[in-house]
Write a protein that binds this ligand. Structure first.
Ligand SMILES: [Zn+2]
Length: 383
């Protein structure tokens, strides 16, 4: 688990070009060559969860998508970038409505501004899904507002106003609920501010009961640590579908389960689990950022080559986990390890990535049949 090893060969047997390891490419491999070695997927992949922004960055994302066999993306794009992204990707992108997170008037962006923008999303961009981002971090933002619960909690009054308007516009719902257990153990220990992980699910269930359209719950329901919780909620709410996005989180936690546990979950809920990456593309990744105004916090990439690796690394990790029998360290550094155990890990440490060698029939459903039968069917029948 040491993050300081410098590998000279790819664990996958691909060529190594001797590049310096980076957090998105710890093995210093050529991801285009690795994609070619993986070969075409069993069917074209639909990425149900990504954030594609930036005219140039979306073209770089497209290069990685082409390499790994991803042909379509459901993107939570910033509204100001939507036109440019559509210009680059055309029919390969479907949009999911999101608030203007970067707005200077944040309260408006989550309330009246969001409700107003839904019509633009629906009419100009064909969005038929709205995202409710209800991570506990939202309380840090909402506590500055008059009624924090209305905005931060998934079942708050403003969430319901957004959901009501979205329903009028024929949208299904999407939600980010909870966050990794590692975060509840470190940054969310003040339950008076953030509540518990269980409370997140109580609130979600109230919304599921109030709005009967399909709900896509991101990041394996926010619970890759606890497959029993996933199964319990999925059984009680047949309209829930999941995505496999937040690659670092999923690789770290899903790899801890036995093969029997993993396969049992993906078998029982086959058709309701959609491939998703949570790739975030941005033109900010294409050049060194101004250290005085780091718009995305940690600088993830600062050149076109690093942006390519950043986006490609997620597809490489996910396809390796689902398709191969690889067992070894992840290609992506995971800072959560150091956050929880600073004496044991450093910023380049990575968790175990356990390949599952899923059968082709199961991969076909996960990689696209499920998205076509759920999200695409909803979008097509509501516009
Ligand atoms: Zn996301």
């Amino acid at each position: 688990m040491s993050g300081t090893d410098k590998r000279t060969t790819s664990p996958f047997g691909g060529t190594v070009d001797g590049r310096t390891p980076t957090p998105a490419n710890r093995f210093g491999v050529d991801y285009a060559a690795e994609a070619a070695r993986l070969g075409a997927p069993v069917r074209p992949i639909i990425d149900a969860h990504a954030h594609i922004n930036g005219a140039r960055a979306s073209a770089i994302w497209k290069q990685t998508a082409d390499a790994f066999g991803v042909v379509k993306v459901y993107s939570q794009t910033q509204l100001k970038d939507a036109s440019a992204v559509r210009g680059v990707l055309g029919d390969a992108v479907e949009f999911i409505a999101i608030p203007e997170y970067m707005s200077e008037d944040r309260e408006k962006s989550f309330t009246t501004g969001f409700v107003e923008n839904l019509e633009i999303w629906a009419d100009e961009y064909g969005a038929r899904c709205v995202k409710h981002w209800a991570a506990p971090r939202m309380w840090d933002v909402a506590n500055e507002f008059d009624d924090p619960y209305a905005i931060a909690a998934i079942d708050g009054a403003w969430r319901r106003r957004v959901a009501d308007r979205a329903a009028e516009l024929g949208m299904m719902m999407m939600a980010h609920i909870a966050d990794p257990d590692t975060w509840f153990a470190t940054k969310y220990t003040d339950a008076g501010v953030y509540g518990s992980k269980n409370e997140q699910y109580d609130r979600l269930e109230r919304m599921l009961e109030a709005y009967d359209m399909p709900w896509l719950i991101a990041h394996m329901l926010g619970s890759p640590e606890d497959l029993t919780r996933i199964a319990d909620i999925m059984r009680r709410h047949p309209k829930i579908i999941l995505d496999t996005s937040a690659t670092k989180w999923q690789v770290r936690e899903l790899s801890k389960h036995t093969n029997a546990e993993f396969v049992a979950l993906f078998t029982e809920f086959e058709g309701r689990i959609l491939f998703g990456s949570d790739i975030v593309s941005s033109d900010e990744h294409l050049r060194p950022s101004d250290p005085d105004s780091p718009r995305f916090g940690v600088q993830l990439a600062s050149s076109e080559a690093e942006a390519y690796d950043l986006y490609a690394s997620r597809y490489w990790a996910l396809r390796t986990m689902f398709e191969t029998d690889y067992e070894g360290e992840s290609n992506i550094a995971d800072p959560d390890l150091m956050m929880v155990e600073p004496d044991r890990y450093n910023a380049m440490s990575a968790p175990m990535l356990r390949g599952r060698t899923l059968p082709d029939e199961m991969l076909r459903v996960l990689y696209g049949d499920a998205a076509e039968a759920t999200m695409q069917a909803w979008f097509d029948s509501h516009r």
